[in-house]
Design a protein around this ligand. Structure first.
Ligand SMILES: [Zn+2]
Length: 125
């Protein structure tokens, strides 16, 4: 059984048992806050727990390294939507120790991509 199958099976039961009901809230963040943080899997539960944030309190935007690379990219668009359409008033950028992005070398990553089958032509586009 694949991971996707496992997740879909779990989700079916979750919905059937109405496990979502304790998490029902509005689309507006109760604490009027946006947090930009890293996508690091160690932060999935730790970040909100460490900031006393619960479901519905905050808009959490994640990227590798908590970095905004482009002024009109998806990260900035998410922050702007939260501020101007969803009543958020503050933005916190939260980094963490031992971030994987601090050790990423783009040339090495391109080498790994090519080793896994990405063609040279793809990089020329
Ligand atoms: Zn990180």
């Amino acid at each position: 059984m694949s991971l996707l199958t496992d997740i879909l099976e779990f989700n079916g039961q979750f919905v059937e048992e109405k496990g979502y009901e304790p998490y029902i809230t509005t689309k507006y963040p109760n604490k009027k806050l946006v947090v930009l943080s890293c996508m690091d899997s160690r932060l999935v539960e730790l970040l909100p727990k460490s900031m006393n944030l619960r479901n519905g309190d905050v808009k959490i935007v994640k990227s590798a390294g908590a970095i905004v690379n482009h002024p009109f990219g998806s990260i900035m668009r998410s922050i702007l939507v939260a501020l101007y359409e969803l009543n958020a008033e503050e933005v916190f950028v939260v980094g963490h120790y031992d971030c994987g992005m601090s050790a990423v070398d783009s040339e090495t990553m391109i080498k790994h991509m090519k080793e896994r089958g990405i063609s040279d032509e793809t990089f020329d586009i």
